[in-house]
Write a protein that binds this ligand. Structure first.
Ligand SMILES: Cc1cc2nc3c(=O)[nH]c(=O)nc-3n(C[C@H](O)[C@H](O)[C@H](O)COP(=O)(O)OP(=O)(O)OC[C@H]3O[C@@H](n4cnc5c(N)ncnc54)[C@H](O)[C@@H]3O)c2cc1C
Length: 449
């Protein structure tokens, strides 16, 4: 790489990429607009925890930080579904294998581990509170919000869904961008720990209160509290303007949850409402000077718990292409996008589909019968069938392949449900074998210690 190697953004994609680039022998400068989260308290109501799954875990193993990450994760073995009027929630396990669990992890905690590891390479400098504004490709200069400039040779745009690096590539006429906003928003709330510091809900599950058009989900944090997110149509949020409205909405739709949160209305008013959308970009790079990574290239809605996992998987793919073509960045960037774009499109679509599954499907008897049959078929034909959720969350099979297989499996299962005389075992065993190189065993077994 000629000239300074720069990363815009020190989120999960940028900080992980910094480690990979340092391991390739590059000196890297990362410019991050926010203060150092290791030294600052991040605001409430901003996606405190995330679900980490196989595609994110594999790169963490790769760069040698999985042991530190393991210390701050909480395994979730299934969905705990809180149906209307049913005081006893039901656990729907994610899979039939022990490793088929997802992990609740603090966004800031994981990011801090990656920042520490990047700095520990001795090759990465992170400059916080430096907000990039635009790239001047002709003069190889980065322009910042405060009008300062810095030279660059290559810039990696890991600057999130509203990426200014992407804007600069678009200005060169080589990049097409279609934002797709969802007409549903989200708000985060907190269930506090009990008086004795214990969890008020089972911490080892992802809780869902599905209500058809909207839902609540909750993931445990290590301190005994839960981060809860309400996802609902924008007009639902618009109507929740007074403490009285808010309390009655929750008392009516989520009474057991409302009873756990004494300051619910206050939290609701004080915490921001977030927008959700999909970022579809074609033309992720500009010559040998810039390339997009993570949400800047492929931001998705959060309903499959895959945005960060996909971002980290993309970093690993980009690293592989950079190592394959170290002297031809233009070719490496093109190969990376060619490989990755069909997969990120596939997960973008599956993430939207999973919203309907979470807010309505998990209590629909038809859906539940099909899910049960899929798990049973997985038991009977482990080499040929894995449910879609499991291929996405617990494998590194390309997302596009997971979508294709899921669609074929779904057709067979639909047909068998409609006509029980169909010989489903023959049809399933006729499906192509699942890839052998999948980390079907827990990739955390690759732990560095
Ligand atoms: C409610 C919600 C829940 C989610 N849950 C999950 C989940 O369970 N699992 C999962 O895998 N994903 C989840 N996601 C998605 C996940 O948050 C993102 O996909 C992930 O953060 C993308 O990482 P990134 O590094 O590409 O971008 P970001 O995390 O957005 O990081 C971008 C970084 O760039 C910095 N930056 C921005 N602009 C500039 C600038 N101009 N100059 C310099 N720096 C800049 C930002 O400050 C930030 O640090 C969720 C998202 C939301 C909204």
């Amino acid at each position: 790489m000629n000239g300074p190697v720069v990363i815009a953004g020190a989120g999960p994609a940028g900080s992980l990429l910094a480690i990979y680039l340092a391991r390739q022998g590059h000196d890297v400068t990362v410019y991050e607009s926010r203060p150092d989260l290791r030294r600052t308290d991040i605001g409430a109501g901003r996606s405190i925890n995330l679900a980490l799954a196989t595609r994110g875990i594999v790169p963490l193993v790769d760069v040698g930080v999985i042991d530190r990450v393991n210390e701050i994760t909480i395994p979730m073995r299934g969905r705990m579904v809180h149906a209307v009027g049913d005081p006893t929630p039901e656990l729907q396990p994610y899979g039939i294998h022990e490793h088929e669990v997802i992990h609740s992890v603090s966004r800031a905690g994981l990011n801090a581990i990656l920042l520490d590891a990047a700095e520990a390479t001795g090759r990465v400098t992170i400059e916080f509170e430096r907000r990039l504004e635009a790239v001047d490709f002709d003069r190889s200069l980065l322009r910042f919000h405060d009008s300062s400039t810095e030279p660059f040779g290559v810039v990696f745009g890991a600057d999130g869904a509203n990426s200014p690096i992407r804007q600069s590539i678009i200005a060169q006429g080589t990049c097409a961008f279609e934002p797709e906003m969802l007409d549903h928003d989200y708000k985060e709330l907190t269930v506090p720990p009990g008086d004795d510091g214990t969890y008020l809900l089972d911490p080892y599950a992802l809780h869902i209160w599905p209500r058809g058009e909207f839902m609540l989900i909750a993931l445990a944090n290590p301190g005994g509290d839960f981060t809860v997110t309400l996802f609902a149509p924008s007009e639902t949020f618009d109507a929740l303007t007074s403490a009285e409205n808010i309390r009655s909405f929750f008392n009516q739709n989520f009474p057991e949850f409302a009873a756990l949160v004494p300051d619910l209305a206050q939290q609701f008013v004080e915490n921001p409402t977030g927008k959700l959308g999909t970022v579809r970009v074609t033309g992720w790079s500009y010559q040998n000077q810039a390339v997009l990574i993570g949400d800047a290239a492929h931001g998705i809605v959060p309903f499959h718990g895959q945005g960060m996992n996909a971002a980290m998987e993309s970093v690993r793919v980009l690293d592989r292409h950079l190592r394959a073509s170290p002297d031809n960045l233009t070719a490496a960037f093109a190969a990376y996008e060619n490989e990755r774009k069909p997969d990120t499109e596939a997960i973008a679509d599956m993430a939207i589909g999973n919203y309907i599954e979470m807010r309505a499907g998990v209590i629909d008897p038809g859906y539940l019968a099909k899910r049960k049959l899929a798990l049973e078929l997985q038991r009977r034909h482990p080499a040929h069938l894995s449910p879609r959720y499991n291929m996405v969350m617990f494998s590194t099979m390309p997302y596009a392949e997971a979508r294709e297989r899921a669609s074929r499996q779904g057709e067979i299962i639909e047909a068998a449900v409609a006509d029980p005389s169909i010989d489903i075992d023959t049809l399933i065993s006729g499906l192509p074998r699942l890839p052998d190189n999948d980390p079907l065993a827990d990739p955390r077994a690759l732990s560095t210690s």
